[in-house]
Design a protein around this ligand. Structure first.
Ligand SMILES: NC(=O)c1ccc[n+]([C@@H]2O[C@H](COP(=O)([O-])OP(=O)(O)OC[C@H]3O[C@@H](n4cnc5c(N)ncnc54)[C@H](O)[C@@H]3O)[C@@H](O)[C@H]2O)c1
Length: 469
């Protein structure tokens, strides 16, 4: 079946970039990305490409080429559903904040709303593609809703999880390690899978497009994120051991990463992983395991989250204890707020939790991040509900210049590994801060020897302090 019209519900970090690349590579397919968030759609349609709602290197150029040609952004969800033969669901699936499974299970209300809306509107057969990350067997629930509330038309459900990483989304989409498509094991299921394979095959070698059953596909996405996060927690656990023994976690990572059985990626110790996916997806995996009574499996994976929370807490505690056990009224400069470099996404960023812990100690935080807006930073803090919005604004300020941010600081903490931080005039910063000049490098970003030579009291994750001197 040749697809001419695609609709994608959800114009977020996944829907926007994914559909931009798909449209770029398939100029004969009309791709309409819809969202209920009018502001987001307005930004996707903004003449000024610098104002797209999502910052990703290389994305502006792609949107510039495809938008208005065969790529459209709209809030008219029903029209786009009606016109499309294939509908991607790319809405958010956050951790539940209420009821059964609170704090663990994925909240599927947005998915269900989409399914009900598709069922209501569709008057022709549709292929519905799960692009969102979902608990295993969600396709069954979607199918039930579609079949029982629809207009008698036929639906095929495919699972096509997205493996892009924010910050490198465009590159990941252009040259993915693999594309995974799960479908029903039937003739109709095979036809549906083949039509999606053909779309990807316009730019991805067919041997990199895997087809599986739906449940394997759904579960593989959760498992991929769990394995990646587990590597980060594993090396973070070792980072503390390095700090007390005199080993250097960077050297340990290099040494073990050169073992081809282990491999070098995701072995960088840090203040802890963030992002919208790792924590939520592992919690979801833990919840599924518990639901099936697999308590040992659940406990095993939960430890990855426990370690990550500990790493963030440990970083904040270390700042307090190093600053003579009090940070009350002291100015602490945060370089970086995004959960990693090259993105403006801050969801679950370690910076939020470190700031919160320090603000509990009445520290004054000054934040500089090259891509994150002041509005976003306050929203992140307000969302935690630790204190009133007024108090958050009193204790934390956002500035647009790293040198101004550092003036008179009692300590500088590096929370995101933005490349530009390496290039700063650290001597100039040293001259403007309160002495002793403390730097806490949560990303192992700066040159320890150089920082010590300038005069900083420099601590980095995974390196014992005595080693720097
Ligand atoms: N962000 C990532 O790096 C990443 C990577 C792989 C997979 N995923 C998964 O992809 C999914 C989407 O993630 P995201 O980061 O793009 O989320 P997001 O919050 O950035 O975007 C989701 C969008 O869906 C819209 N939406 C929600 N309900 C809607 C409805 N009924 N109709 C129309 N629009 C609706 C929201 O307004 C929002 O703009 C999640 O399941 C996530 O786990 C994310």
């Amino acid at each position: 079946m040749k697809i001419k019209n695609i609709c994608c519900i959800g114009a977020g970090y996944v829907g926007g970039p994914t559909m931009s690349v798909l449209a770029l590579k398939n100029p004969n397919i009309k791709v309409t990305v819809v969202d209920i968030n009018q502001d987001r759609i307005n930004s996707w349609n903004d003449e000024n490409l610098g104002d797209l709602p999502i910052y990703e290197p290389g994305l502006e150029e792609i949107v510039n080429e495809a938008r208005g040609r065969n790529l459209f952004f709209s809030t008219d969800v029903e029209k786009a559903i009606d016109e499309a033969e294939m509908i991607f669901i790319s809405v958010n699936t956050p951790t539940k904040t209420y009821g059964k499974g609170k704090g663990m299970a994925a909240d599927l209300k947005y998915i269900e709303l989409c399914a009900r809306q598709i069922a209501k509107v569709a008057t022709t057969d549709k292929i519905v593609v799960e692009k969102s990350t979902l608990p295993v067997r969600t396709a069954q629930a979607i199918k039930d809703i579609l079949d029982n509330t629809g207009n008698g038309v036929k639906f095929q459900i495919l699972s096509n999880p997205e493996f892009l990483a924010e910050g490198t989304a465009v590159q990941d989409l252009l040259t993915p390690d693999r594309v995974l498509i799960g479908g029903e094991e039937s003739e109709e299921g095979t036809i549906a899978m083949n039509s999606l394979v053909e779309i990807y095959a316009t730019w991805i070698p067919k041997e990199n497009i895997l087809t599986t059953n739906v449940w394997s596909s759904e579960l593989s996405k959760l498992v991929a994120n769990a394995f990646l996060a587990q590597r980060v927690s594993s090396i973070n656990a070792i980072s503390e051991l390095c700090e007390v023994t005199g080993a250097d976690v960077g050297e340990v990572s290099r040494a073990i990463g050169m073992d081809s059985r282990i491999g070098p990626k995701f072995l960088k110790a840090s203040v802890g992983f963030g992002g919208s996916c790792f924590q939520k997806d592992i919690l979801n995996l833990v919840y599924i395991a518990k639901t099936y009574g697999l308590n040992e499996v659940a406990d095993y994976w939960e430890q990855v989250i426990i370690m990550n929370d500990y790493q963030k807490r440990r970083f904040a505690d270390n700042i307090v204890s190093t600053l003579y056990n009090t940070v009350s009224g002291k100015k602490i400069t945060f370089l970086g707020w995004a959960f990693k470099k090259d993105t403006n996404d801050t969801r679950e960023s370690a910076a939020i939790y470190v700031a919160d812990a320090l603000m509990n100690e009445q520290a004054e935080i000054i934040v500089y991040d090259p891509k994150v807006s002041e509005k976003r930073i306050y929203e992140d803090l307000d969302y935690l509900g630790s204190r009133s919005p007024e108090e958050n604004r009193r204790l934390l300020k956002v500035v647009k210049d790293p040198y101004i941010a550092s003036e008179e600081a009692h300590a500088i903490a590096i929370l995101t590994e933005w490349d530009e931080f390496i290039e700063y005039d650290w001597k100039k910063i040293y001259d403007s801060v309160v002495k002793p000049a403390f730097v806490f490098d949560g990303r192992k970003l700066l040159d320890a020897e150089l920082m010590s030579k300038i005069g900083f009291d420099y601590s980095s994750i995974g390196i014992s302090k005595t080693q720097n001197k």
